[in-house]
Design a protein around this ligand. Structure first.
Ligand code: BES
Ligand code: ZN
Length: 928
């Protein structure tokens, strides 16, 4: 509201009175609220040059305050003002009319001034016609297509993508999440198609005006936000699910991909049933459809009762998809189905609290997947993955709080980021772990009950959780969840806790401050206080199971400052302690040197497996971060890393590789790379041997995460030419090339394909590249296509890389818009391709912007490889200048650019401060 008031004030000074038309606030006025929508949409596919739709929407509008205008959202729609109708249903359907209209293009408002005042308490029926092209921009009501191999013809389909603010592109509506209303959707189309929407079909009737056209009317929905409405006209086929006692469940895909739907059809209803029991609320709709859309911008979208997916996110092929691909499918389905409660049933009041949707769906999905496939141990993987991501992102000054003010659509879009998803999920996991199962579960059940079919903000969640926590005695009565959680959701960043032990008295002193990667930031900019549940264990105790806090770090209620904290009863000088069991909370820990040395001793010579596997990953991550920012030296960090020669579990390796990758990205461009390379070979060799190299041992692997470990280790081993990795990879590739029908038969083990392809392209010929590109074009499986796209960028031939970059952004060449990023990233993460990709981006930024417009999220992902490999002050300055002179073509990427620049800066600092030290400590380990 502040902006509007300011405007009003300054206009008043000038003596100008504000007309209605100057309404410039970013939210809709609150005088009206929609009660029900009746939506009819007629879709035409006859002429490929003019794919379009036309319709009418009837909205019952309740008047809360007298008003002379109706303001709602509409964008890029043709609306014939003369056909708009308005009747007062509370007063004998008395006709009102529209005297004039205007648009506000900044906020997408369509304003209708009424002939007579609308009266508070009355309900009006507003009828509006609209028409538009089925656009190509992957949002609103848009077109998609696929090629049918039997006929080699293009088949068209239509689909919606409305979140966050694109329902307004498809029909006039009150397009804000708090305006919930039931929808009756009716679709018109040629009878050879199928119509789908949120609800089941109610009735199909012939269209009297157009031959062979029908009207398909769907049942009335429950009250829902506009961004969840969905409909599609297509010629897909479907696979019904068969789980007993479950909601009617169907999985849709283009006919030629229907055999890839079995897995999704099996997972979907299982997860849905689990949630019904977890939340204690039945899925409220009579059916659920999930559909794979060939052209799709996000990964998937949780439309109520009609969830849409990219093909790669829904389809699974046992002969082409890796275990990681399969787990991703399960996880995405679990995420979207979690939204059916968190997001659809209970919706955030405003986008400020987007994390209530996305953080919850992310967290609940990991519970869901863990429940249906416990042998994957995916809960641990997801949790650590989220933590590793957030430790990095949130250590940037340019990060932002989980809960953030939102005023324009581009800010909403930018909020779909790792802070809402991964940090949101991480703080929920923290609560789950400090409150315990019962209190947490009952808290969220009550919250969902209480706000069903309505909207909530985070304070509402805190209330429900506090109540449950106190009831179950899961939290001291003097604590409340809001006070604790505000420190995590309203504050940017996370703390580092410094632990100084007094070994003779058994007391440790704890301090905290914000952890930042940029080491030039002064102390007084690192202030902040987080409420931290403290769990720890000692070398004698080694109890890593218990995550209930033994103490808390608190903040002063008035000043907000950190309250001093000591912990007593700790062991003597020959025993280590570890804080933050299972990494339940988002903080880094620094110990004194003695404690680190004790830990290193156990890791390298002792019973290291008794330290929880997540805490082993934590120690690696913490030690390498602290060395990066200079709080510890690299000698200690690398000594710790060296224990990995004994490590056989996935998580510690994952943690190490994530960190080593960042160092590699810089060091491999410098003269001392030799030492780093030799050291990595030495580090990786034992695990490579242990996993039997690239030999196809997969069918014998019992513990599923060992498959992922083998995939990851294989990838690094070939990059570093460990043992026989490269020749074995090449042999696999050769045998594939020798197949008579390579599109039907592929002898390369599925979980090694990425590595085998990349290695063979890297060390291969032009023909090897061409062979793989042909496989790409012939492939019918999205997962395989992505693997190939990521491998084609591994070439060292400059001309091939240039050609590939050009291919990636030319829609005629067969790479869909949503997938171009994979090609670009593959080139840009290649040490030779990096410079080419960077030049390409700089030279073509205008074209790339147009290519992606208006969805800039994918464009922002092109920046990641560029920033992670930049480490020279001059390159950093160049990029800054480039950004400054190209603002217009980088609109909507502001947040990503800030983060990229800061990442470059921290790389520059790292190179100046640590390069020599790292070389020295690695050399020392080589001699050992
Ligand atoms: N609600 C989102 C879809 C979305 C994302 C809409 C961005 C508008 C902008 C959906 O639930 C989602 O989170 N999709 C993820 C995949 C998910 C499994 C993490 C996505 O699209 O990346
Ligand atoms: Zn989501």
């Amino acid at each position: 509201m502040r902006l509007l008031l300011l405007l009003v004030a300054s206009w008043a000074v000038l003596g100008v009175t504000l007309a209605d038309s100057s309404y410039n606030y970013f939210r809709l006025p609150t005088a009206l609220r929609p009660q029900k929508y009746n939506l009819r949409v007629l879709t035409h596919f006859e002429d490929p040059d003019h794919l379009n739709f036309a319709g009418t929407v009837k909205i019952l509008v309740e008047v809360l305050e007298n008003t002379r205008n109706i303001t709602l959202h509409a964008k890029n729609l043709t609306i014939d003002q003369s056909l708009i109708e308005l009747r007062d249903t509370s007063s004998d359907n008395k006709e009102n009319c529209i005297s004039s209209t205007e648009v506000n293009p900044i906020h997408d408002f369509y304003v209708m001034h009424t002939c007579n005042e609308l009266l508070a308490g009355d309900i009006y029926e507003l009828t509006m016609p609209f028409a538009a092209e089925l656009n190509r921009q992957l949002e609103g009501y848009y077109r998609s297509s696929y090629n049918a191999p039997a006929t080699n013809k293009t088949h068209w389909l239509s689909i919606t993508q409305f979140e966050p603010a694109s329902a307004r592109l498809a029909f006039p509506c009150f397009d804000e999440p708090n305006f919930k209303a039931p929808f009756v959707v009716t679709l018109g189309y040629h009878k050879r198609f199928t119509g789908l929407s949120n609800m089941p079909v109610k009735e199909i009737t012939p269209n009297e005006k157009i031959a062979d056209y029908i009207w398909c009317e769907f049942e009335e929905s429950v009250p829902m936000s506009t961004y969840l409405v969905a409909y599609s006209v297509n010629d897909f086929t479907h696979k019904p699910s068969t789980l007993p006692n479950s909601t009617l469940f169907r999985t849709w895909a283009r006919p030629n991909a229907i055999d890839q739907c079995d897995y999704a059809a099996e997972v979907g209803p299982k997860v849905l049933q689990y949630y019904e029991q977890l939340f204690g609320i039945k899925f409220p709709l009579p059916k659920m459809d999930q559909i794979a859309i060939p052209d799709f911008s996000a990964g998937a979208m949780e439309n109520w009762g009609l969830v849409t997916y990219r093909e790669i996110a829904l389809l699974y092929s046992s002969t082409h998809s890796s275990l990681a691909d399969k787990q991703r499918v399960a996880s995405i389905i679990a995420h979207e189905l979690a939204h059916q409660w968190f997001g659809n049933l209970v919706t955030m009041k405003w986008w400020t609290d987007l994390w209530l949707n996305e953080g919850f769906a992310t967290y609940v999905a990991s519970l869901g997947v863990e429940n249906i496939n416990p042998e994957w141990r995916s809960m641990e993987q997801e949790s650590l993955g989220n933590l590793l991501t957030i430790f990095r992102k949130d250590a940037l000054e340019s990060s932002h709080p989980i809960s953030r003010p939102i005023e324009v659509v581009s800010e909403i879009s930018e909020s779909f980021d790792q802070i809402s998803y991964q940090k949101g999920s991480t703080v929920l996991r923290m609560m789950h772990m400090f409150m315990g199962e019962e209190a947490f579960r009952s808290g969220i059940q009550n919250y969902l009950q209480k706000y069903s079919y309505a909207n909530a903000e985070q304070d509402n969640l805190w209330e429900s959780l506090t109540e449950a926590a106190h009831k179950h005695r899961a939290l001291p009565k003097t604590y409340d969840i809001k006070r604790i959680m505000d420190s995590w959701t309203l504050q940017t960043g996370y703390p580092i806790i410094n632990i100084t032990r007094d070994y003779s008295s058994g007391i440790a002193k704890l301090t905290q401050e914000r952890y930042l990667l940029n080491t030039q930031v002064a102390r007084n900019h690192r202030l902040g206080c987080w409420w931290v549940p403290l769990s720890y264990t000692t070398q004698a105790e080694q109890d890593f199971r218990n995550t209930t806090p033994k103490a808390w770090m608190e903040c002063d209620a008035v000043s907000g400052e950190v309250l001093p904290k000591t912990i007593s009863g700790l062991p003597g000088k020959d025993q280590w302690i570890i804080f933050n069991t299972q990494l339940s909370t988002l903080y880094k820990v620094n110990y004194d040197e003695r404690n680190w040395k004790l830990l290193i001793e156990t890791l390298t010579n002792g019973d290291f497996e008794r330290i929880h596997v997540i805490n082993r990953a934590q120690l690696i991550d913490d030690a390498l971060y602290l060395a990066w920012t200079g709080e510890q030296n690299y000698e200690i960090a690398m000594q710790l890393v060296d224990y990995l020669r004994r490590e056989r579990e996935y998580l510690p390796w994952k943690s190490a590789f994530e960190n080593l990758k960042r160092m590699k990205n810089i060091i491999r461009q410098t003269p001392n790379y030799e030492f780093f390379k030799r050291y990595l070979q030495k580090l990786i060799e034992p695990i490579y041997q242990h996993l039997n190299g690239l030999n196809d041992t997969f069918s014998g692997i019992e513990q599923q995460d060992q498959v992922l470990l083998k995939t990851m280790v294989g990838n690094w081993a070939c990059q570093y030419q460990v043992d026989d990795c490269v020749p074995v990879a090449q042999a696999y590739y050769r045998s594939w090339r020798n197949e008579v029908e390579p599109d039907k038969k592929n002898p390369v083990p599925i979980n090694l394909r990425q590595t085998v392809y990349c290695t063979s392209i890297r060390h291969g010929s032009d023909e090897d590249w061409q062979f793989l590109w042909t496989r790409y074009k012939n492939s019918n499986v999205a997962a395989e296509k992505r693997t190939i796209l990521s491998s084609l960028g591994c070439s060292r031939e400059v001309w091939l890389l240039q050609r590939y970059l050009a291919l990636a952004f030319n829609p005629q060449e067969g790479i869909r818009k949503q997938d171009s990023m994979w090609a670009f990233q593959a080139v840009a993460f290649n040490e030779i391709g990096f410079h080419l990709a960077r030049e390409y981006f700089i030279a073509n930024v205008d074209a790339i912007y147009k290519f992606y417009h208006p969805i800039t999220k994918d464009m922002s992902r092109l920046l990641t490889p560029l920033s992670e490999q930049t480490f020279l002050q001059s390159d950093f300055e160049d990029f800054k200048n480039f950004v400054n002179t190209n603002r217009a073509s980088l609109k909507g990427l502001e947040q990503a650019i800030q983060q990229s620049l800061e990442t470059m800066l921290t790389n520059v600092q790292w190179k100046e401060r640590n390069y020599r030290q790292v070389t020295r400590s690695v050399e020392a380990l080589l001699d050992k």
